[in-house]
Design a protein around this ligand. Structure first.
Ligand code: ZN
Length: 348
């Protein structure tokens, strides 16, 4: 206690020379001062010493908080990734609040002000970044912008009318890619790269590189945090592979097609209800109902950020139910386990 106390007292830079001299005295000197006086006086010295130690022990905590790197991410699961690697050294804010869709999000003026104080932005390649990231970066030229989806091969968002399966595109198809529409429908590239453990490992590599570049002093902390996070991801991946072993090609129906990379990773097929980012038209809905009946599909998955209206209608028609699967939950591994369990129960 005394050792810590004197060590941190050295860091104090306020007060007059006399005050500092008093503060820098070892607590035991202060107790000695009280010697020879009556018992009550000695007690008072002890109390004062204890209080001084408590006050100054709080200083290093405040100092660490002040030094944390201010970081922004687009969506909640990314906060989990950055915190896993950065720990207490990074203070992470999420731009898209819970309940909002990241496809057509617009930052509030208050958030733009916060962003101007941020040291780093971790992008994930979601629609709103295409327009807003340029503005955000222009308002804060010193901020590092890290594209964590760099090096990830995108699969196209394919709706049920176009394709029966979410397969990888041929190279000539990728060249003919059309620009993303609002809510990405048709053949625009799928942005939901944070829902596949293998792809999160790629994103984490970019997060690690950026933190080491910004704060090389803590390189070994970031490195060991990264290694344990990779181990956590491997365990999750092995668990999910075991869960879906022997079920290749089974289908699950979902309103907004967020789970393409997840489906691909575990051999499942995602059947979207939404077509080109819109509610299905009556004829398309009839096709979906017929398809679900043929495959004995009884569950339509929905997410909290989108209306469940057509999914409800569809589930009624097939005598099934709607079930929530949130692609944006912050507890990333817990949520993937929970969603996997639900897909496992519903896939046919
Ligand atoms: Zn989406």
């Amino acid at each position: 206690m005394q050792h810590y106390c004197t060590e941190y007292l050295w860091r104090i830079s306020f007060g007059t020379v006399e005050q500092r001299y008093f503060l820098l005295m070892k607590p035991d000197c202060m107790i000695n001062r009280g010697k020879g006086t009556d018992k009550g006086m000695r007690q008072t010295w002890k109390l004062l010493t204890g209080a001084a130690c408590l006050v100054f022990l709080a200083f290093p905590v405040l100092q660490v908080e002040a030094a944390a790197i201010k970081a922004f991410v687009s969506i909640s699961p990314q906060r989990y990734f950055v915190q896993k690697i950065g720990g207490d050294l990074v203070d992470v804010s999420v731009l898209v609040p819970a309940g909002a869709s990241p496809h057509n999000f617009e930052p509030k003026p208050r958030q733009m002000a916060e962003l101007s104080k941020s040291a780093v932005y971790f992008a994930v390649g979601i629609d709103f970044e295409k327009f807003w990231l340029k503005r955000i970066a222009a308002a804060n030229p010193k901020m590092h912008v890290v594209y964590t989806d760099d090096g990830i091969a995108r699969i196209p968002m394919i709706d049920h009318d176009h394709e029966e399966t979410s397969r990888r595109p041929q190279p000539q198809e990728l060249k003919a890619e059309v620009p993303a529409k609002d809510n990405h429908g048709g053949v625009s590239p799928d942005p939901h790269v944070w829902l596949s453990p293998a792809l999160v490992k790629i994103q984490s590599g970019h997060i690690l590189d950026a933190l080491v570049a910004i704060d090389p002093v803590h390189r070994s902390t970031y490195g060991s945090n990264y290694v344990s996070f990779m181990r956590e991801i491997d365990e999750l991946d092995a668990e999910l592979k075991a869960l879906f072993a022997g079920r290749k090609g089974e289908q699950f129906m979902v309103f907004h097609p967020s789970w393409g990379y997840f489906a691909e990773a575990y051999g499942l097929v995602q059947v979207p209800v939404e077509i080109e980012g819109k509610e299905p038209k009556p004829a398309q809905l009839r096709n979906l109902i017929r398809h679900a009946r043929e495959r004995h599909i009884k569950v339509v998955f929905v997410q909290p950020q989108f209306s469940a209206k057509s999914a409800e209608l569809l589930s009624r028609e097939i005598g099934g139910q709607i079930v929530y699967a949130d692609p944006l939950a912050e507890n990333w591994p817990g949520n993937l386990r929970e969603v996997a369990r639900k897909f496992g129960a519903a896939a046919r």
